[in-house]
Design a protein around this ligand. Structure first.
Ligand code: TUI
Length: 316
């Protein structure tokens, strides 16, 4: 089974699923596993100095012949350097996050690289369409990490109405019901992050994966709203300390100091007590560690089955 729509044709993949560009988690191993499973694997440049990014791009090419992407986190100090590496290495697809991707589109379009910005509002979606984006990822506030303010359920249909380029839904999508819902809202693809953290091929620390597996409906919290960079994480001593400081009116500098290095501590060292365990609300829907290819097959076979039974819904 494969799906033929504007997203699969744009990306050259069998299934319209893009792996989230998760800093410290999304390396060549995870990206290759997702691409080999028929989706679009993505290397996150956010946590990588340019030479490491370059070697990870070379590595992914040894692990798969399929298309892959690189995510450029625009808040990152290394975003400009990442853009140069991506240009030089002729990466097929780039996703961007946490900022305005005008320059990225301008530099990569002439090379034939497809650019797909993550956006969290209607105005931003319209702006990137005008700038030449090939598609947009509409990310709702159920997502993990740095987030906007609108839910996926309400954001996606507004973006679908506002732009002509294809829309990929993100935030809260971890299983077939979410995929079918996203398509019902007019999306032509989904971006999945939290569930792929728990892929066998993900190098996230096993304690980090275990926090996602254990998570329940109210396990995540948003910190940093007062700094202008709200971030969703699984609650722990760090999020409680963050909330305490925010309530006490701490400065942006103090709050940023508390956050520095905490994502690496959680993902790489497994410090889930005082690290930043970024994850979406869909963590509550993720219950096991399995190969990425199996996740993708389950997502789309399940969606197909549900779609067929919906056709017969009046006969239940
Ligand atoms: O970027 C993400 N998620 C992330 S980045 C990240 S690393 C980080 N670490 C510490 C503090 C902050 C970040 C962890 N998770 N998702 C994509 C995303 N982009 N979500 C929301 C947006 C967004 C928000 C506002 C994109 C554009 C935007 O406005 C741009 C404009 O010009 O209006």
């Amino acid at each position: 089974m494969f799906i033929n729509n504007r997203i699969t044709r744009l990306l050259g993949v069998d299934y319209p699923v893009i792996q989230g560009g998760m800093a410290w988690v999304a390396d060549a191993d995870l990206a290759a596993a997702v691409s080999n499973g028929g989706g679009l694997g993505v290397i996150a440049a956010g946590s990588m100095p340019p030479d490491l990014l370059e070697s990870q791009i070379a590595k992914v090419r040894t692990l798969t012949n399929k298309p892959f992407g690189v995510n450029i986190m625009l808040l990152s100090a290394t975003a400009d350097a990442a853009l140069e590496v991506v240009e030089r290495n002729r990466v097929p697809v780039v996703t961007t996050g946490a900022g305005a991707p005008g320059k990225v589109i301008e530099r990569l379009k002439p090379l034939g690289t497809k650019v797909i910005p993550v956006i969290a509002s209607v105005a931003h979606a319209k702006r990137v369409e005008k700038q030449g984006a090939d598609a947009v990822i509409a990310e709702g506030m159920e997502a993990g990490g740095h987030i906007g303010e609108i839910t996926t359920m309400v954001l996606v249909p507004q973006i679908v109405d506002a732009v002509n380029i294809p829309v990929v839904a993100a935030g809260g999508v971890a299983e077939p019901r979410g995929v079918l819902a996203a398509f019902s809202l007019g999306a032509e693809g989904v971006q999945v992050g939290t569930r792929f953290v728990c892929a066998c091929e993900s190098n996230a620390h096993k304690a980090f994966k275990n926090e996602i597996i254990k998570a329940r409906d109210r396990s995540t919290a948003i910190t940093g709203a007062s700094t202008g960079h709200p971030v969703r994480c699984i609650q722990n001593r760090l999020t409680r300390e963050f909330a305490r400081l925010e309530k006490a009116g701490a400065s942006v500098e103090e709050l940023e100091k508390l956050g520095t290095g905490r994502l690496r501590a959680a993902v790489v060292e497994g410090d889930v007590e005082f690290g930043s365990v970024m994850a979406g609300q869909s963590a509550a829907l993720v219950n096991r560690i399995q190969p990425a290819a199996e996740m993708i097959r389950e997502l789309f076979e399940g969606t197909q089955e549900m779609f067929e039974s919906l056709h017969r819904f009046s006969n239940h």
